[in-house]
Design a protein around this ligand. Structure first.
Ligand code: CDP
Ligand code: MG
Length: 650
């Protein structure tokens, strides 16, 4: 049962206010600092209040799986009940709730979006709490627009929007809702500007750590843009900080790896990406060092490419980071940029919906019965550019999810039901046709997990040699599959992974994801008998999924090594690919993604023989008849069975 320490959480002072407002308004916004008790306590307030008066249940959405699982576990413990009983969670491929017993269910946003497909009015729930909405990820913006549309149809539904203290006016205005301000236990934080980090942020951060440790009593939290910077800084800090632990914290870690940070006992320097900004509580930090940088993904609809770049973080984000230093005592924040540089930054981070690939979103909405026009007219908090929707439509048409009239096909309906990105579900559905579901599921699983091939600094050549045994010179996907299979068959898997420079945890994640995908396919009634298929079938199925990223060698127009596709040229094969050194370079390739870093790279590549394009897609590949997109699309649609107009209605 709950203890007294818990009752000191700032949220308790607002219990009556929150409960009263949920009775007076359909939507209520609750803002407060991380750790004030929003996520773990607000659902309990509402449960206590509504348990006897309603039969339904409370759902709380979280952006990350780890948050949904760990918070549900914590709350179940606090209430003295078993996880999966009164309190449970649902994340992609995993359901620890009980239809009758569960009253508080923590879920990732993707899960509830999928539920909207089956139950457009969310009749099963009485209270919907959208948590961590300051993040403004794509799913949250979609959910908010759908919930806003749903409110008049479900006057009995109570919605609570919870956020860190960022941009609360925008949420209040959007939902026309009152705001509850939870006052956190915050202490003043002194800000120091130490410009110089602009040139080499890792060196600047390392120097700042060394100078900060004697000046601050507690732990030091360093905000880095990405894992590469964290690893670099860790190496440089080794042997420089006597008696202080150096701990990494980033989104891709397994729960066990992240536990090291939460369970720390020694004085520590924590090197973290943005995950420590608002989503996790780190008590005991008295100094924050902020590089002011964040890694941002941006999708360009015109060329259908992405960029993953380190950019300046927003003012609101930097201030939030500084606040992490004043949780337990007055703190210090060292900013590795100038005050003028700070003033020049944008106020808020741009919402993901304005810079994302909208394939999945478009398909989901079409499967829910929205017409294209209704989608474009949805009342989003920030409306995506029409080019993003147009790109999504084009890709989904190439994948055969939409027909030439823009209507959802039977295959598209199935793709919407499978909780995987459309290109991945297309791959798996094609594998069924080519009778190679099992190996393609391994490839599909790798799309949602970390890279398995390790190349530690200073051991690159050794690692490349070790990876050589898995090599399939035509396909990075078959190479990956070979590695997974060899590891799976090894008597001592851990040892095998170590010897071959493979990421043991990532491989375990792939195995788990494979099982989950298999279970989903079974649920969707998709035949997945244990066909292994030959390598040609596997490659064909992969090609079907990646057809929107079909690249043609630019020939003498490039330097013989560059590739192009519709509206985009100057694409290089990523040097880590098995196809990179192929001589002569293949004419056609497909890639999992095309990403701009310092150059535009096709990542994870596979060679496509010209005859397959004719065979699978009816594409003409002769020199004198270049494949035009129009003809391509027409033929492809034909292949995918045009004319099915089955859709669902909301
Ligand atoms: O959502 P918000 O950031 O406002 O706070 P919360 O996640 O509800 O956490 C409130 C408090 O519960 C934290 O300060 C932690 O002390 C505790 N907590 C915990 O110990 N373990 C968790 N998994 C979650 C919360
Ligand atoms: Mg929270």
């Amino acid at each position: 049962m709950e203890d007294d320490v818990e009752k000191t959480l700032p949220i308790y002072a607002h219990r009556d206010e929150i409960v009263r407002l949920t009775k007076e308004h359909q939507v209520v916004v609750v803002v407060g600092e991380t750790g004030s008790g929003k996520t773990t306590v607000v659902p309990r307030f509402l449960l206590e209040e509504y348990f006897f008066s309603r039969r339904g249940s409370i759902v709380v959405t979280e952006p990350r799986r780890i948050a949904a699982v760990s918070v549900a576990t914590y709350v179940a413990e606090q209430l003295g009940c078993e996880l999966g009983g009164l309190v449970g969670y649902r994340i992609r491929h995993e359901n620890r709730t009980d239809v009758d017993a569960t009253k508080i269910a923590y879920m990732t946003e993707g899960v509830i979006l999928r539920e909207l497909l089956k139950d457009p009015l969310l009749r099963r729930y009485d209270v919907l709490i959208l948590d961590e909405v300051h993040e403004r990820n794509l799913f949250q913006d979609l959910l908010m627009a759908l919930v806003k549309k749903l409110l008049p149809k479900r006057p009995d539904l109570t919605v609570v929007i919870m956020s860190a203290t960022i941009n609360e006016e925008k949420f209040a205005k959007y939902f026309d809702a009152p705001v509850v301000h939870v006052k956190g236990r915050t202490f003043p934080v002194e800000i120091e500007y130490v410009p110089g980090g602009e040139d080499d942020h890792v060196a600047a951060a390392v120097d700042a750590v060394k100078s900060a440790l004697p000046r601050t009593p507690g732990d030091v939290l360093v905000f880095m843009p990405d894992y590469a910077s964290i690893r670099d800084a860790m190496e440089r800090l080794q042997n420089e900080t006597c008696g202080v632990d150096i701990l990494p914290l980033y989104g891709n870690q397994s729960p066990e790896e992240q536990m090291a940070v939460f369970a720390r006992t020694n004085r520590s320097v924590i090197l973290s990406t943005n995950v420590a900004e608002t989503s996790v509580t780190l008590d005991g930090v008295t100094c924050v060092i902020d590089t002011g940088l964040i890694k941002e993904m941006r999708f360009f609809p015109k060329t259908s490419t992405s960029s993953l770049k380190v950019v300046d973080h927003s003012k609101a984000g930097c201030n939030q980071r500084a606040g992490r230093a004043g949780r337990t005592a007055p703190g210090l924040c060292i900013r590795l940029y100038s005050e003028r540089g700070f003033e020049r930054r944008r106020d808020f981070t741009q919402p993901e919906i304005l810079r994302s690939n909208l394939d999945s979103a478009f398909l989901q909405l079409r499967a829910m019965g929205f017409t294209e026009r209704q989608i474009r007219e949805l009342d989003f908090m920030d409306c995506p550019n029409g080019a993003l929707w147009a790109n999504a439509k084009e890709t989904l048409t190439l994948l055969g999810a939409l027909d030439s009239n823009g209507d959802i096909t039977e295959e598209g309906t199935t793709m919407a039901e499978i909780p995987l990105p459309p290109v991945v579900s297309k791959m798996v559905l094609s594998a069924q046709r080519y009778k190679c579901v099992k190996p393609v599921v391994t490839v599909a699983a790798s799309f949602s997990t970390r890279p398995i091939f390790l190349r530690p600094m200073g051991q690159e050549e050794e690692a490349d040699t070790a990876h050589g045994v898995f090599r399939n010179s035509d396909s990075d996907f078959l190479t990956l599959r070979n590695a997974v299979e060899r590891w799976r068959a090894a008597a001592d898997r851990k040892n095998f992974a170590e010897r071959h420079f493979l990421h043991q945890v990532a491989l375990e994640e792939i195995e788990k994801a494979e099982q989950q995908i298999m279970a989903i396919l079974k649920d969707c009634g998709i035949e997945c008998a244990s066909y292994d298929g030959d390598s040609e079938s596997i490659k064909k199925a992969v090609t079907c999924g990646l057809i929107a990223n079909l690249l043609t060698n630019a020939g003498e127009h490039g330097d013989g090594r560059t590739y192009k596709k519709q509206r985009c040229d100057g694409i290089f094969i990523f040097p880590g690919s098995v196809v990179f050194e192929k001589n002569p370079p293949p004419k056609f390739i497909v890639a999992s993604e095309i990403v701009e870093t310092n150059r535009t790279y096709a990542r994870q590549v596979q060679i496509v023989p010209a005859r397959w394009l004719e065979e699978i897609f009816g594409l003409e590949t002769h020199k004198h008849r270049k494949p035009t997109k129009k003809r391509f699309r027409r033929d492809h649609q034909h292949h995918n069975g045009r004319g099915n107009r089955r859709g669902r209605h909301c």
